[in-house]
Design a protein around this ligand. Structure first.
Ligand code: 48F
Length: 261
């Protein structure tokens, strides 16, 4: 039997469209498929939530792949080791107690696969450009999205909207969604200054402890996780140690699952 290219075309367009439509209204829409976003998606999906992730790049993983200075290993500390164990991600104890190394390529692949297997859907090459709001308090209740190449080339093409009960900003250092709420809605965020403060210089120990602490609702309907939480609250950066990112994703998932129930 010969292959028919038109069947390939129809199979792709129909299947993608079905998937996209099914997730056009989710319990939770996560912006950014970095370590925090993927971990959060895994725990949310495992807990029964309908989760979509929108990722600007073709690839998932955010800042995981390059490890430290492109040496493809990252460090995870004792506190977060249980998450690696929970997700079945291989790691090696380093000779100093409480430090574990993980192959960064394996971490990116495993977090992606575990979140997909748990039921989350990842939509890549999509850039979030705005939020959808509703009600008197202008609660965040969805995302405005466009194809990344449209944004990159500056084509004049209108974006479309997807709905969600909760939106999560997992955009890393940029804290893009929090900045959108601050700048476009002119709203006060739940940070010490009411604004995105910007991350402080490297100091891994307090930085890692602060990431899960600063994880949470920063505006009605909008949660901050990972480096976006660090950047918004103005806490220290931590470099290629990733435990805080995993713990942050897990914490936001737990809080949102409790609210969804
Ligand atoms: O930057 P990123 O990996 O954020 P994270 O999950 O983890 C931070 C660490 O990688 C590292 C660190 C560790 O200790 O300091 O930096 O907090 O992933 C953020 C993802 O969000 C995507 C971006 O391409 C990346 O994959 N992203 C950013 N802006 C948008 C976006 C946007 N507007 N729309 C969609 N995706």
């Amino acid at each position: 039997m010969g292959l028919d290219e038109l069947i390939v075309t129809r199979a792709i367009i129909e299947t993608y469209t079905e998937k996209f439509l099914e997730y056009s209204d989710s319990d939770v829409a996560i912006v950014g498929a970095g370590p925090a976003g993927l971990t959060c998606a895994y725990y949310l999906a495992k807990g029964g939530a309908k989760v979509s992730i929108y990722e600007r790049r073709l690839s998932i993983g955010g800042g995981i792949w390059g490890g430290g200075v492109m040496f493809s290993e990252v460090v995870v500390q004792e506190d977060a080791k249980r998450i690696l164990d929970d997700l079945g991600i291989r790691h090696k104890p380093y000779r100093e107690e409480g430090y574990y190394t993980v192959d960064s390529v394996e971490l990116a692949c495993s977090l992606g696969l575990r979140s997909l297997e748990a039921g989350a859907k990842i939509f890549n090459s999509i850039t979030v450009v705005d939020v959808k709001v509703e009600g008197k308090d202008e609660k965040v209740c969805g995302l405005v999205i466009n194809w990344s190449p449209v944004e990159m080339t500056g084509l004049h093409v209108d974006p479309i909207t997807v709905g969600a009960k909760f939106v999560i900003d997992g955009t890393g250092h940029d804290a893009t969604v929090a900045r959108i709420v601050q700048d476009k809605l002119n709203k006060r965020l739940n940070t010490p200054t009411g604004k995105v403060i910007g991350e402080r210089s490297m100091w891994a120990d307090p930085a890692e402890q602060e990431v899960p602490r600063k994880t949470g609702e920063v505006y009605p309907g909008l949660y901050l996780i990972g480096m976006a939480a660090t950047a918004a609250h103005g806490t220290h950066r931590m470099g290629p140690i990733f435990g805080g990112m995993l713990l942050s994703g897990e914490k936001a998932a737990k809080e949102i699952l409790a609210k969804l129930k």
